[in-house]
Design a protein around this ligand. Structure first.
Ligand SMILES: Nc1ncnc2c1ncn2[C@@H]1O[C@H](COP(=O)(O)OP(=O)(O)OP(=O)(O)O)[C@@H](O)[C@H]1O
Length: 637
């Protein structure tokens, strides 16, 4: 019967007074909290009943283990330790083996059955509640309560507690104890009461705080250890070097020992081989001697020859000697084997030691490499720091130089600014003085102007009207004179034109063009007075002279030609009919003279005459306007 069955049986025995608690628990229709609460309230203060609920109902295997294997929980301890399933399973298994006095190996079917009957908390993979219940039911059918009481230590304790006056704990103590057990095994959120829940929270907070404190202290301790380790780096390096040297010496020594051991092993092997050969030889001789002995013994009865008997004796003696020799060889062989075995063991131990030393060496080498890396890092950092320090000093020096230069520039700028301030201040004073003078003059001018205005206003209006009439009369007189002069001018101009001739003929010679065939001996010759020209007759060779009103040289421009004919424009403006036309050979320049080209100096007679007419028209319109304005002004007055 397993302890688990004992527990369930014990629980059932406690409630066998007719209640249906056992069945209820087994089918799982009543929560363990109700069971615990009813027991704690005094309706049923039997801790065994509570433990049965925990075992059968809703507890986890870990809580089962804790309930079973935690002595503090049953002996009145106040603390609830954290469960250790493996340790507790081993303890339960050992306890159960010790009690059963049998060794469960699991090789035979009986042992395997026993293992299956062990508490499910002791067997990995059997933490199913159904397994527990099935085992429990079968146990109830096969075991009496007394046997279960005898075999289960928890049951013993529970029974002792259930008996008034004999338990180690009082009812209140047991209630408190069982509440703790329930709290430790009840799933989260299913506490039996609010007070218990608050207690759990308080316990959890206190445990968390204490754990935090422990972790803080551990952290501080680790920090200190880190500092100590960093400070003890140099001695460690020295120690590492010493250990490395010692290890090298030890390694050399062990290598020598290994070599010696191998040599002695090889010698022992050789000796063993020799002894094996001797043993084989002795064995062969022994076989031969036995055969001879057998032959001798067979022939001893038939032959009574004394020689043969003596020979037999001799052979027996030889046989005895050979046996002794064989025994000695066997002993020597045995001792050699022992020596070989011991040497092999020694060699194996030496190899193990060598491996251990190599591992230590590798470990020390790794530590040494790590320390060397840290040292190189520190050196690199120091070099970098030195370089940065030098750069910082150089930068600071350059910065100081820049600051000094800036200070000098600032001083110069301040001096220049002060000078300019002084100059500007003087200029401002001068300008203020000039402004005051100008203001004085302006005031004086203003006074004079005011006086003049006042004098002008003081003039007599009648005097002004007389003056205006006088001027108007003068204007009328001048207009009359102007008209007279205009008539005279027109008459004179007409006379001049008539004198110059109403019909005038001008000749304009065209210069040679780039495409013309130039003849240096031109037959045309123009006189210097510009009024005649001669043409040489090629047939007679005599010049033919022609007279005109004007003869223009080839170099005469458009302006010169227009000045000569502009009087006709004025005649046309004076009211005379004027006609001006040109004729000549093709390409002689008629169009060029009359029209010209462009708007510049190459303009001909027509555009220039139009411009002259325009100017006259503008002047006429202006005069007309002025005349009308003067007339209207006079009428208004
Ligand atoms: N006085 C001059 N100076 C420079 N070039 C001239 C002059 N007279 C005429 N020409 C040039 O001679 C060329 C012929 O002139 P233009 O056409 O006026 O001749 P035209 O007598 O009118 O000919 P057409 O009878 O065929 O109309 C033109 O290229 C013109 O520029």
């Amino acid at each position: 019967m397993s302890p688990f069955h004992d527990k369930t049986t014990t629980a059932h025995g406690v409630f066998r007074d007719g209640s249906s608690r056992y069945n209820t628990l087994q089918t799982g229709r009543e929560t363990p909290h109700k069971r615990v609460k009813s027991g704690a309230d005094g309706n049923n203060e039997n801790p065994a009943a509570l433990s049965s609920q925990l075992l059968i109902g809703r507890t986890t295997p870990q809580s089962l283990i804790r309930t079973y294997s935690e002595p503090n929980g049953w002996n009145g301890g106040d603390t609830i330790r954290e469960p250790s399933p493996a340790r507790d399973r081993r303890a339960m298994l050992e306890d159960w083996r010790r009690r059963k006095g049998r060794h469960v190996t699991g090789t035979d079917s009986t042992s395997r059955k026993r293992v299956k009957r062990m508490p499910s908390s002791c067997r990995a993979g059997y933490h199913n509640r159904n397994d527990l219940q099935d085992t429990h039911s079968s146990t109830l059918q096969n075991k009496s309560h007394d046997d279960r009481d005898e075999e289960n230590p928890i049951r013993k304790y529970l029974v002792s507690c259930a008996t008034p006056g004999q338990g180690k704990l009082g009812s209140a103590r047991r209630s408190s104890l069982m509440e703790k057990s329930v709290l430790s095994s009840t799933p989260e959120g299913t506490h039996p009461s609010s007070s218990n829940s608050a207690q759990v929270d308080t316990i959890d907070d206190a445990g968390f705080q204490s754990q935090m404190e422990r972790m803080k202290r551990r952290l501080e301790q680790l920090e200190k250890e880190k500092m100590d380790l960093s400070m003890s780096k140099a001695p460690l390096e020295a120690r590492i070097r010493q250990k490395e040297d010692a290890w090298m010496k030890e390694r050399a020594r062990l290598m020598q020992e290994v070599q010696c051991s191998r040599l002695s092993l090889r010698q022992a092997d050789d000796k063993y081989c020799d002894l094996q050969v001797q043993y084989d030889q002795a064995h062969d001789e022994r076989i031969q001697l036995r055969q001879e002995l057998r032959k001798v013994s067979s022939s001893r009865q038939n032959s009574k020859d004394i020689g043969l008997w003596s020979r037999k004796i001799q052979n027996d003696q030889d046989l005895w000697d050979l046996k002794e020799k064989l025994r000695a060889s066997d002993e020597e062989l045995k001792s050699t084997r022992l020596a070989k075995t011991s040497l092999e063991k020694e060699l194996h131990a030496t190899k193990i030691e060598l491996d251990c030393l190599e591992r230590n060496n590798n470990k020390m080498q790794a530590e040494y490499d790590e320390i060397a890396a840290q040292t190189s890092d520190n050196r690199d950092a120091e070099i970098k720091l030195q370089v940065l320090t030098e750069e910082h000093m150089a930068t600071s020096a350059a910065l100081n130089a820049v600051y000094a230069e800036l200070d000098a520039t600032k001083a110069r700028a301040e001096a220049t600014i002060s000078e300019k301030d002084e100059t500007l201040r003087k200029e401002i004073e001068q300008l203020r003085f000039d402004l005051s003078v100008m203001k004085t003059r302006a005031n004086k001018v203003q006074l004079d102007l005011n006086k003049s205005i006042q004098n002008a206003e003081d003039e007599d209006e009648a005097v002004l009207r007389a003056r205006i009439e006088e001027r108007d009369q003068r204007i009328i007189e001048l207009e009359a004179e102007l008209l007279k002069g205009e008539k005279v001018r027109r008459h004179m101009h007409n006379c001049i034109q008539e004198l110059r001739g109403n019909i005038r003929v001008f000749v304009r010679t065209r210069p040679f063009l780039p495409g013309d065939e130039q003849d240096k001996n031109s037959p045309i010759n123009i006189t210097p007075d510009g009024e005649s020209m001669s043409i040489i007759d090629r047939r007679s060779g005599k010049p033919l002279i022609f007279h005109f009103d004007k003869v223009f040289l080839p170099s005469a421009g458009q302006e010169t030609v227009f000045q000569e004919v502009s009087d006709f424009v004025q005649s046309a403006l004076d009211g005379y009919n004027v006609c001006l036309f040109s004729y000549g050979q093709t390409g002689s320049g008629k169009t060029h003279t009359m029209q010209g080209c462009g708007n510049g100096p190459m303009r001909g007679i027509i555009p220039r005459a139009v411009e002259q007419l325009k100017g006259f028209a503008c002047l006429h319109a202006l005069c007309t306007k002025f005349h009308a304005w003067a007339k209207a002004f006079n009428q208004k007055r």
